[in-house]
Design a protein around this ligand. Structure first.
Ligand code: ADP
Ligand code: MG
Length: 260
């Protein structure tokens, strides 16, 4: 079966319907003699409800691209529409508005040490102004991530993997339309990693949430609708899961990804 061309929008899909629409994006760090280009002419469309895994060697620009899509950095050239809003050229305050609709799962947990797991998650609920049942929402999300018996613990009393799951609960509790995740399962055991991606699948299916996740964790590759590969700051391939599997030497793929 021919694989669909995932880089082009469907003929009737308007950019406004896409969760993310990137056109001809370049990005440089530094200025003058120190100026270094790290992203080159990136164009990608992410439709609602799709789970996309991004792979690529260290230093290829994956985290930089995630932070740009997440409106965590300003940028001045090309076009980057996130949840219907053009991000190129926005000022600091407008970028903050865009971020409110995005769930971030980055490696540094940034939990507040003086707050319990539950209070850390409740803070995210407060940010969107839903104070009423914030504890119930936080407990529910922590429970779905296997932390029901840890809700009132402070970070210092949690393992690395448990802290990571609190950070994930915080990112997901408001049911964002877009989730950006950088190696979310790297610190987790097999079962916890599976719980996290299963939850993302449910959000994608039930709420049309779009997930863009950087990972090299073969154990979870099977959740991807699509796999994009970044090499030296450029998009090297963009394939659906079947094509990806068919086009890679089985010896170089970890067999576990197919039997989970
Ligand atoms: N804040 C920064 N200032 C300057 N260069 C940076 C900065 N962050 C990343 N880079 C450089 O940009 C390139 C891409 O980095 P990154 O996006 O972190 O790659 P990846 O996540 O794929 O490992 C690397 O060469 C890195 O050294
Ligand atoms: Mg990175």
């Amino acid at each position: 079966m021919a694989s669909p061309n995932l880089t082009s929008p469907a003929p009737n899909a308007l950019p406004a319907d896409l969760a993310v629409c990137i056109r001809n994006l370049d990005y440089h760090f530094g200025r003058g003699d120190l100026k270094k280009q790290v992203l080159f002419d990136i164009s990608i469309d992410l439709p609602p409800g799709q789970i996309v895994i991004m792979t690529g060697p260290s230093g290829s620009g994956k985290t930089t691209l995630l932070t740009l899509i997440g409106a965590l950095r300003s940028l001045q050239s090309g076009s980057l529409r996130v949840l219907g809003k053009e991000v190129v050229g926005l000022g600091k305050h407008q970028l903050v508005e865009v971020r409110r609709n995005i769930g971030f799962i980055f490696q540094a947990h940034n939990l507040f040490a003086s707050l319990t797991a539950c209070q850390n998650v409740e803070m995210a609920v407060e940010l969107v102004g839903r104070f009423g049942n914030k504890r119930a929402q936080a407990v529910d999300m922590l429970t779905r991530l296997g932390l029901a018996d840890r809700v009132d613990y402070k970070p210092e009393a949690l393992s690395g993997g448990q802290k990571q799951r609190v950070a994930i609960a915080r990112a997901l509790v408001n049911q964002p339309k877009l989730i950006l995740a950088d190696e979310p399962t790297a610190a987790l055991d097999k079962k916890s990693g599976r719980d996290v991606v299963t939850l993302m699948q449910i959000l994608a299916r039930e709420q049309g949430c779009t997930v863009l996740m950087v990972t090299h964790d073969n154990r979870i590759l099977d959740v991807a609708d699509r796999i994009i590969n970044l090499v030296d700051g450029a998009l090297a391939s963009d394939e659906n899961l079947d094509t990806f599997v068919a086009s890679h030497d089985p010896k170089t793929l970890d067999r576990r990804m197919f039997i989970l």
